[in-house]
Design a binder for this molecule. Structure first.
Ligand SMILES: O=C(O)CCC(=O)C(=O)O
Ligand SMILES: [Fe+2]
Length: 602
């Protein structure tokens, strides 16, 4: 069988999680209007997401293999999360249509969102017609065009499946027969898989609106093209920190929402660069570009290049970024937390997932994660610096992941308790920052009067002194009224308690212990996850190797048996021929020794 369409191969929540991963990591450049995140992008940028991705990949691969009747232990050559944006399309082709793609056996595309709801257009079509063949099969030559079809098609199929000839020959596209022939047109829905042999003709109509997401696999039998071998090498190699931020075009949704800053805001922070809060990553890149231009003395040059180029050029320049506690972001975070149905990291501006993604969840309005508005005061966290937006996002995200447990790293829904604890911690940080502002320990951004930073001890002392003064004033007022009542004693105790708490918080914030700990545990966690993924993949690889060795053994045996039969046939043929040979040898003049006597009569 050359092609199959299956539904429900991946559950809706996994589809949503993969969409989230694609939105976070996909980069442009694969094809026009298409952004992609390969399994390697995931491994290097967010290894925690490998677990769900590899699990989904295996489910898709197994389903495709079974449906195509190709249970040969196929290896995966390419795994990608692909996002097709308006304008993306592909004409009639097959997936092994280049010399360097010869190793490809089959393709499996599992859609993650719904045509007609999340996006428009993007219909997948099987080329089950003469019209689509256009000589790909090689049997029709130049005559294979519109209407006529190739000679291969006319005579009942070229055998490669490109023109659907195999269906006519076999009567059914399904090996087992009796099952329905897959449709020629496939409309994407979350979890719907379209699988086909690498020589099967197909095309995709243009996406006209929205974003079409798919988990795409290319399958091979050639171990040299096995992506797992390379993946293992990446996972067991040295940790690579993402060096350069990705071009801004990759992160901007059509409505201008900047995904990177959304993710920062989601963790309750904003990014600041040289004392300014960033409202978009593009702003950062433009500023960096302007700086670079000024440094090079060529002020006007930037005007002559397009914004995209400007961004690409500045993207490679690491810029020091700082974190700022962002009360507005914190509010948005709380709102998200309080939503009845956690929205699986659906961000503002993204198409509503519920209903359309087949998940059946209630459609909650997306939280507005607008990046920091100008003049909103935010507290700069001293001592932490990142060299790119991406780096800051990843560090924060892993913090969120660690504190929020399942939030972004696994397929489970974030649990309310983990949100609560994260929320509390964020609040503590924000509260600490507010108190520090009083002591002048943090710089204030967004307002005209930036506080001056002072030492940790003096900040703590200042706040402590203020609390003591407050307590003393309260106590004094009570004393003036007469005797110290139980109530005022309680008040004093409470104030002392508050004072202690404040001092602790200030210590934690000023000493950056919280963030240092976060960083340390983030690194530790990364190392552990890396080990775990490595083990898992090694195990899986072992299993796959055993399976495919068994398959290969089986095939070898079959081939040997074939050879043996050939040999036996030959021998049989020899035996069958022998009498004739002997007989004809007797007729040959030179060999007729026995007849010499008679011949002598002449
Ligand atoms: O996304 C799809 O539906 C198929 C894409 C395709 O044909 C390809 O990438 O070669
Ligand atoms: Fe294709």
């Amino acid at each position: 069988m050359q092609r199959a369409v299956l539904t429900g191969v991946l559950p809706p929540d996994i589809c949503r999680e993969l969409i989230w991963a694609a939105r976070s990591l996909a980069v442009v450049g694969y094809r026009d209007c298409v952004a992609s995140a390969t399994i390697f992008d995931v491994a290097s940028a967010a290894p925690a997401l490998l677990m769900p991705l590899v699990a989904a990949r295996e489910a898709v691969r197994a389903a495709a293999e079974a449906a195509l009747g190709l249970e040969l232990g196929l290896l995966v050559e390419f795994t990608g999360l692909l996002c097709w944006r308006p304008g993306a399309s592909i004409g009639w082709h097959h997936d092994a249509n280049r010399p360097y793609l010869r190793q490809r056996c089959a393709s499996a595309v599992c859609y993650l969102n719904a045509a007609g709801a999340d996006f428009q257009g993007g219909t997948f079509l099987f080329g089950d017609s003469h019209e689509s063949c256009r000589g790909w099969c090689g049997s029709g030559g130049g005559g294979a065009g519109r209407g006529g079809g190739c000679s291969g098609c006319r005579s009942g199929g070229c055998g490669k499946g490109c023109c659907g000839g195999s269906s006519r020959r076999g009567g059914s596209l399904f090996a087992s027969g009796g099952e329905p022939v897959p449709p020629l047109e496939v409309h994407a829905a979350p979890g719907t898989l379209v699988a086909y042999g690498a020589h099967v003709q197909h095309r995709v109509r243009p996406v006209t609106a929205g974003e079409r997401y798919a988990l795409t696999l290319w399958l091979t039998e050639d171990p040299q093209h096995d992506e797992d071998a390379r993946l293992l090498a990446v996972l067991t190699g040295p940790v690579e920190r993402p060096a350069a931020p990705l071009p801004a075009s990759m992160w901007l949704l059509p409505d201008g929402t900047d995904l990177r800053l959304c993710r920062v805001a989601m963790a309750g922070f904003a990014l600041a660069w040289r004392g300014r809060l960033l409202r978009s990553a593009a702003e950062l890149e433009d500023a960096a570009e302007a700086d670079a231009g000024a440094a090079a003395g060529g002020g006007g040059a930037a005007n002559s290049v397009g914004a995209g180029q400007k961004r690409a050029a500045s993207a490679v320049q690491p810029v020091p970024l700082q974190l700022a506690v962002q009360p507005a972001a914190l509010r948005a975070w709380r709102e998200w937390q309080a939503a009845p149905e956690p929205r699986c990291w659906e961000l503002g501006g993204a198409p509503a997932a519920a209903g359309t993604a087949g998940g059946g969840g209630t459609a909650a309005a997306p939280v507005d994660f607008q990046p920091a508005a100008p003049n909103v005061p935010a507290e700069l966290v001293a001592g932490l610096e990142f060299s790119s937006v991406q780096e800051a996002v990843l560090a924060l995200e892993h913090w969120v992941w660690r504190h929020g447990g399942a939030a972004s790293g696994t397929r489970e829904r974030p649990s309310p308790t983990s949100h609560e604890s994260l929320g509390r911690e964020m609040e503590r940080l924000a509260a600490g920052a507010a108190h520090k502002r009083k002591g002048g320990a943090l710089e204030q951004l967004g307002g005209a009067s930036g506080g001056r930073r002072s030492g940790h001890a003096s900040a703590a002392e200042a706040t402590a002194a203020a609390a003591v003064a407050e307590a003393a004033a309260a106590a004094g007022a009570e004393a003036q009224q007469g005797e110290l009542t139980d109530r005022s004693e309680m008040h004093l105790l409470n104030l002392r308690e508050t004072q202690r708490e404040l001092t602790n918080q200030i210590d934690a914030i000023t000493g950056l212990q919280v963030l240092d700990n976060v960083r340390a545990s983030f690194l530790e966690r990364m190392a552990r996850v890396k080990g775990e993924v490595g083990d898992l993949l090694a195990q899986t690889e072992g299993m796959l190797r055993t399976e495919s060795t068994a398959t290969l053994d089986f095939r070898k045996r079959a081939a040997n048996a074939g050879r043996l039969i050939d040999i036996l046939n030959l021998r049989t043929a020899d035996v069958e021929q022998r009498p004739e040979t002997l007989f004809s040898a007797a007729q040959e003049p030179g060999a007729a020794d026995e007849g010499e006597g008679e011949g002598g009569d002449e």
